[in-house]
Design a protein around this ligand. Structure first.
Ligand code: ATP
Ligand code: MG
Ligand code: FE
Length: 350
C-alpha cells in the first residue's frame, strides 16, 4: 500500500508518501514539511488565522514536491490520508479538503486520520515495533500515557491535568525571554548549563495514577526567570528541562509498573512520541527508565517527533490495510480524543 499523507493541523504544512508492504516493512518515499515559523514568530506563538492562510497558500507546492520526490505518480497511490483533527480547525479544514479533492479527482479511498494516531505510529516509521506498546505522547497540545493495542485500540492510563509538556516548555521559554518555538530554544540554552541549585516543585510526586501537572513548575520558573541573573540563565533552563524530564519519567514508571503484569517480559515495549520526544534530556531519562525496568525503548527519528505527514500517511496505510476508510463527508474535528472510552465519556476533552 502506498499512501499520500497530508498534515495541516497546526503550523506545519506537510505532505509525504509512505509505503507499507504486506510483511509490515515501512518505507518513507518522501516527506516534505513546510514551516511557518517566520510568520508566527513576531506574535510569540501560532496565530490560527495566519496558519490557515499559509496552509492554503503552500499546500499545492508541498504536495507537488512530495509526489515528485516519491516518484510513484498518482497512479502509484493506493489512498490518500489527511489529518481530520484534533487541531486548529481552519488549518485542519484546508488539509482535509485537499485530501478529499485528491481522493475525488484520482478515484482513491480517503482516510481521515486522527493526528494523535499519527504521533502514536510515528516510531514505526523507522523501527519495527509490534503492538501492544505503552505510549508516552508528549506534544504541544497533549501529554498522555496510553496503552496502544493497535490502530483504533487505545486505552488512556493518564493525562495532564493542566498544561501539556510541550506547552510547558513553550510557556516557560517565553517567560525566560526565549524566542518561539520555545522548546528547542530552551534545550539549546540548557546545553550550556547545569541543573543544580534551583528549587523547583515536583508535582504529583508519589501520587497514585499516571496523570501529569506542569502549572506549578511554570509558575515557579516564571518567578525564578525574573530574579535569575543573566549568567545563570542556562542553569535555570537546564533545571527546568531536568524537572520536566523527571516528571515524565516518574509518571511513566508508574504506568510501566501498572502494565507489566499484563505483559510477558518480552512484550514490554515502550514508545515516546510527539515534539517533546525530540528533547535529548527527555529521551535519556525515559531510555534509562526503560533499561532499568526491562522495557524496550523506541522514539521516532527527530524529524518525525514534531509534526510531519509521514506519520499521517503511515496511520492512513495501517487503516487502509484494515479496510478502514472514510466518506468524502468526513468532518474536521477541533477535538478528537484517541481513546474511544474518553471520546464517549468526555466529548469536550481531548
Ligand atoms: P499536538 O500534537 O498535541 O496537536 P503539536 O502538533 O503542536 O501538538 P508537536 O508538533 O508534536 O505538537 O510538538 C511541538 C511541541 O514540541 C512544541 O511545544 C515544542 O516546543 C516541543 N518541542 C519540539 N522540540 C523540542 C525540544 N527539542 N525540546 C523540548 N520541546 C520541544
Ligand atoms: Mg508546530
Ligand atoms: Fe502534533
Amino acid at each position: 500500500l502506498t499512501v499520500l499523507g497530508v498534515e495541516t493541523s497546526c503550523d506545519e504544512t506537510a505532505a509525504a508518501v509512505v509505503r507499507l508492504s504486506g510483511d509490515g516493512i515501512v518505507t518513507v518515499l518522501s516527506s516534505v514539511v513546510g514551516l511557518q515559523t517566520e510568520r508566527h514568530a513576531p506574535f510569540g506563538g501560532v496565530v490560527p488565522e495566519i496558519a490557515a492562510r499559509a496552509h492554503v497558500e503552500t499546500i499545492d507546492a508541498v504536495v507537488a514536491e512530495a509526489m515528485d520526490r516519491a516518484g510513484t505518480g498518482w497512479e502509484g497511490l493506493s489512498g490518500v490520508a489527511a489529518t481530520a483533527g484534533p487541531g486548529l480547525i481552519g488549518g485542519v479544514m484546508v488539509g482535509l479538503s485537499f485530501g478529499k479533492a485528491v481522493a475525488l479527482a484520482r478515484g482513491l479511498p480517503l482516510v481521515a486520520v486522527n493526528h494523535l494516531e499519527g504521533h502514536a505510529v510515528s516510531a514505526r516509521l523507522a523501527a519495527r515495533i509490534e503492538y501492544p506498546f505503552l505510549l508516552l505522547l508528549v506534544s504541544g497540545g497533549h501529554c498522555q500515557l496510553l496503552r496502544v493495542d493497535g490502530i483504533g485500540a487505545c486505552t488512556r492510563l493518564g493525562s495532564t491535568i493542566d498544561d501539556a509538556a510541550g506547552e510547558a516548555f513553550d510557556k516557560i521559554a517565553k517567560s525566560m525571554g526565549l524566542p518561539y518555538p520555545g522548546g528547542p530554544a530552551l534545550e539549546r540554552l540548557a546545553a550550556g548549563g547545569s541543573p543544580e541549585g534551583f528549587d523547583l516543585p515536583r508535582a504529583l510526586l508519589g501520587r497514585p495514577g499516571c496523570d501529569f501537572s506542569f502549572s506549578g513548575l511554570k509558575t515557579a520558573a516564571a518567578r525564578l526567570a525574573a530574579e535569575t541573573p543573566e549568567a545563570r540563565r542556562a542553569d535555570l533552563a537546564a533545571a527546568v528541562q531536568a524537572a520536566i524530564a523527571r516528571q515524565l519519567a516518574e509518571r511513566t514508571r508508574r504506568a510501566m509498573l501498572a502494565c507489566a503484569a499484563d505483559l510477558p517480559p518480552g512484550g514490554r515495549r515502550f514508545v515516546v512520541a510527539g515534539g517533546v520526544a525530540a528533547n535529548g534530556a527527555v529521551r535519556r531519562a525515559l531510555q534509562d527508565l526503560a533499561a532499568e525496568l526491562g522495557w524496550s525503548f523506541d522514539a521516532p527519528p527527530l524529524a518525525y517527533c514534531t509534526d510531519n505527514a509521514a506519520m499521517i500517511a503511515l496511520a492512513g496505510a495501517e487503516r487502509l490495510a484494515l479496510g478502514l476508510t472514510d466518506p468524502l463527508s468526513a468532518e474536521a474535528r477541533p477535538r478528537w480524543p484517541l481513546d474511544p472510552a474518553a471520546a464517549a465519556a468526555r466529548p469536550t476533552h481531548t
